[in-house]
Design a protein around this ligand. Structure first.
Ligand code: SF4
Ligand code: ZN
Length: 763
């Protein structure tokens, strides 16, 4: 252990704790101890402090105790003659630094100084995110603000990608790269590997955030690049994120510091990349990260810390920029990224997709604005569809990509043209049931290309290609190359041959589109016929056990996984792709209780799958043995006893609910793999299923529902209302626009004659 690092970290920690104390004293004097402190949209208070100490900090007045704790963790700077190993002291100082940093950020929120406003900060290409069709735009920096703390909604929506390995980990990048080109290359290198980039800090006032901004890199949640703030202190949000992953997905409680740190070390593949000169505060913050098992890689000369008990790899690695092998900054940046991945042992899975633009899931959320667009297919001015069909092995030439019709060179800039993508798939293990499962992947596969935006599916597909992508050489055939590469890499077990035909010839499109529509109709009918009673196996999903060790989803045709990403057909396909994987068939056997949804097979599986935590699971009840949840549910269903019904809260809804809690608070009760009667995390399409809490009377029990669900699912809910025989049913359900407390709820329901009021008591 280097005395140099210990000295500097301890010095940095002492300084920051003192700074936090001074700020707090001032804030207490100016604002008063009752002033509330919080980060936006989180149920975890100040998350790092909550995780490490168990203290639920909600007011300024609670903070002095916390800083006292931080001060106790401080140590004197080692003297010249002292030769003890300093690791313990360094780690303590690191923890004190994080606590002080989070305190400072919390106080800054009180003063409106967080999230940070960038003077003259402008989004790449201006701030023209005005078109409503551009959903998923980079909200993070929308109004000239950096991101500040990450909210729980985002944490949960990344959850499934974190667990299924699509997102292997995160990089906390602190400082400023050697050049703008290097900055872009580092971030692109991480994005290509689907590693989240958290950006913070500066060197002499210049931040990597400035560099990326100058180069027009789109920052935000959707592109896996989150700008926290331009000082080192804001890097604490990365550790708050790490703490919350353990709380959200690992079922851990605030105060279980040891377990939280261990969880991160074992399951969260993260590292710190320190760019540019490392000062005392950066050493101190780095020492904080080492507590989590996150190594620090620096591009300057600093002493290294080799493996000890905490990590099996190096804690601190120095890879000085001018010593990195590489002809130019671009090559050096790529080497640096590789080194980071090596040190932390990040498991990266990337398909090699031979297209002339950067490729990876980090680009999935990228938006192509009209001004940056070369050509679009579908949308308002043209038709676009995609259709994947099973074919006989002999009829498919693997890798054949054909374009039938003209390319887009004749289309004026920002113009549009018709296109149809037909994918022929053959494989010994292929089944017609997998067609829709595979077809749905086209959206993700195409979106992975930087500069290509894909929205919708089937005959409402809408694809935009940016001028930048076309300048780089992207053409129609590249759609085929992407699909060919990804279907082989992701679905190799059921896909032996793939051929792609791109149609742009209008006559051909007419013909192919009507064929596709026949298939879409056929599949719709197949789905409608696919009921729980029509099958003899359900599927388990244990994908989330890497994060929530005792949680199992049981997926049936009429109840999809709570993340919304896996339905019964997906699980069936996944089982065929990987027979030892997370989706196993559950033979139903004898039905014990058709109303609540008990089978011999589901019960015995629930016990095994949950490692004995759950004895029985009712597929259709919220009150008796409800299914457990990990952390990635789309909605929470919760009993409102006073109203004899339930409310449904969307993950996207941040407002107050009649239960007196917001989604974030309830999420803590719903997750973690524990059965809680009256609370359930569900996928939103389960709401429309005839089997939705049918044990309690079904959809008629829904008395309150987030308006975003009503709006985004209006077509599906209309069908439910028809099924329930009450066309006004959805209008009888309250939402946050009309009702935010249980006192308001009851008269509202009476006025709107909600059916739940006259149903049997729910318990
Ligand atoms: Fe996780 Fe359940 Fe979704 Fe599987 S179905 S990924 S276990 S939430
Ligand atoms: Zn999950």
């Amino acid at each position: 252990m280097s005395r140099y690092i210990a000295t500097r970290a301890i010095r940095g920690a002492n300084a920051l704790v003192s700074e936090a104390e001074a700020m707090l004293n001032r804030a207490l004097a100016e604002k008063g101890p009752e002033t509330s402190v919080s980060f936006p949209n989180t149920a975890y208070h100040l998350p790092l402090i909550f995780g490490m100490t168990g203290k639920e900090i909600d007011t300024l007045g609670q903070l002095p105790e916390i800083l006292l704790h931080a001060r106790k963790l401080l140590h004197p700077v080692p003297s010249e003659r002292q030769w003890t190993p300093y690791l313990g002291e360094t780690l303590d100082s690191g923890m004190a630094t994080l606590i002080a940093a989070e305190t400072i950020e919390a106080i800054r929120y009180v003063y409106g100084l967080q999230p940070e406003r960038m003077p003259g900060f402008e989004l790449a290409g201006g701030t023209a995110f005005t078109s409503p069709d551009m959903e998923g735009a980079a909200e993070a920096a929308l109004d000239g603000h950096l991101n500040g703390a990450i909210d729980d909604i985002q944490l949960r929506s990344w959850g499934i990608q974190l667990v299924d390995g699509r997102m292997p980990g995160f990089a906390a990048i602190v400082g400023c790269a050697k050049s703008n080109e290097a900055a872009v290359q580092i971030v692109r290198g991480l994005q290509r590997r689907n590693i989240l980039c958290f950006l913070s800090g500066n060197v002499n006032g210049r931040s990597i955030i400035d560099q990326l901004n100058e180069e027009g890199v789109e920052l935000g949640y959707d592109t896996y690049t989150v700008p926290f703030g331009t000082d080192t202190i804001s890097a604490v949000y990365a550790l708050g994120f790490a703490t919350r992953s353990a709380l959200t997905f690992g079922g851990l409680k605030g105060g279980q510091a040891r377990e939280i740190l261990r969880y991160n070390k074992d399951r969260v593949f993260a590292f710190v990349l320190a760019l540019g000169e490392v000062d005392d505060l950066k050493y101190a913050a780095a020492a904080g990260a080492i507590n989590f098992g996150f190594p620090v890689i620096a591009d300057t000369v600093i002493p290294q810390i080799l493996p000890t008990g905490i990590t099996t790899y190096e804690h601190v690695v120095s890879l000085p920029w001018n010593e990195i092998d590489g002809a130019d900054d671009l090559e050096k940046a790529e080497r640096l990224v590789q080194k980071c991945i090596e040190v932390r042992g990040v498991k990266v899975q990337v398909a090699n997709v031979p297209v002339p633009v950067p490729y990876g899931s980090a680009f999935e959320g990228e938006v192509v604005r009209k001004a940056d667009m070369r050509v679009e297919f579908g949308g308002r001015n043209s038709r676009c569809f995609e259709y994947l069909r099973m074919a006989k092995l002999d009829d498919v030439t693997d890798g054949k990509i054909e374009v039938i019709g003209p390319d887009f060179s004749g289309v004026e800039a920002q113009g549009s043209m018709d296109m149809g993508i037909v994918v022929d798939v053959a494989g010994r293990q292929m089944e017609a049931d997998f067609e829709p499962v595979l077809e749905r992947q086209i959206h993700y596969f195409v979106n992975g290309a930087s500069g290509i935006q894909h929205i919708g599916q089937r005959d409402i597909t809408w694809i935009r290609v940016s001028t930048k992508a076309v300048d780089a050489g992207f053409d129609l055939k590249d759609f085929g190359k992407i699909l060919h590469a990804r279907f082989h890499s992701d679905f190799g077990a059921i896909v032996d041959k793939v051929a792609i035909t791109i149609y742009t010839d209008p006559d051909q499109i007419d013909k192919r589109l009507s064929e596709a529509r026949v298939a879409y109709d056929f599949r719709n009918k197949r789905l409608a016929d696919l009921t729980d009673n029509a099958v003899d196996v359900f599927y388990s999903c244990t994908l989330c056990q890497s994060f929530a060790p005792n949680h199992v989803c049981i997926v049936s045709p009429e109840r999809l996984g709570l993340c919304g990403a896996y339905n019964w057909l997906d699980c069936k396909a996944s089982y065929n792709i990987n027979p030892n994987g997370p989706n196993q068939p559950i033979k139903l056997g004898r039905i014990c209780d058709p109303d609540r949804g008990y089978w011999e097979g589901t019960n015995s599986y629930a016990k095994i799958g949950s490692h004995g935590v759950v004895e029985e699971v009712a597929m259709y009840s919220i009150m008796e043995n409800p299914m457990t949840a990990c952390g990635c549910f789309e909605c929470i269903v919760m009993l409102i006893p006073e109203a004899n019904g339930v409310m449904v809260v969307s993950r996207e809804d941040t407002s107050m609910t009649p239960a007196g809690m917001t989604f974030s608070t309830m999420a803590g009760m719903a997750g973690g793999g524990i059965q809680t009667p009256g609370v359930m995390g569900v996928g939103k399409y389960y709401l429309t299923s005839p089997k939705f809490i049918s044990a309690e009377g079904g959809f008629g029990r829904v008395v309150w529902m987030s308006s975003i669900l009503k709006e985004s699912m209006s077509a599906e809910l209309k069908i439910v209302a028809e099924r329930q025989g009450d066309l006004e049913l959805i209008d009888r359900i309250a939402d946050e626009r009309s009702v935010t407390s249980v006192e308001e709820l009851l008269p509202w329901l009476e006025e709107h004659e909600h059916p739940a009021l006259s149903m049997d008591p729910i318990f």
